[in-house]
Design a binder for this molecule. Structure first.
Ligand SMILES: [Cu+2]
Length: 117
């Protein structure tokens, strides 16, 4: 192999690596985090933030930061009901535009809203 051909191979390999990094980067940036927390002033559990707006294709990750069990239960759109033990997380990707409501089956006052644009 001539030095010139070797150089072309190196450049090609670097270009491939750059392309991989480019495609891999946005996935982490398109995850919206929602925590399940206990509000210390009201002493009640809540989704935080409870109201979010995301672009379609975005994933939402709910994490239960409390010491008790909760659910993420959607009441419209496709059926979705996940139970989260303390410390657990769950993902859902939203590909369809619209407004969706969810709540906790255990603490029915816990409510959330996801608007997909
Ligand atoms: Cu709950």
């Amino acid at each position: 192999m001539t030095p010139h051909a070797r150089m072309r191979r190196v450049v090609l390999a670097l270009a491939c690596m750059a392309a991989l990094l480019w495609t891999a980067a946005p996935s982490s940036a398109t995850t919206k985090l929602v925590k399940i927390v206990k509000n210390t002033s009201t002493n009640k559990f809540q989704y935080s933030p409870a109201i979010i707006t995301i672009v379609h294709g975005t994933a939402v990750e709910w994490t239960n930061t409390t010491k008790v069990k909760h659910t993420v239960t959607f009441t419209n759109g496709a059926t979705y009901n996940k139970t989260l033990l303390p410390g657990q997380s769950v993902f859902r990707t939203f590909n369809v535009k619209g407004t969706l409501f969810y709540h906790c089956l255990i603490h029915t006052y816990m409510k959330g809203k996801v608007t997909v644009t």
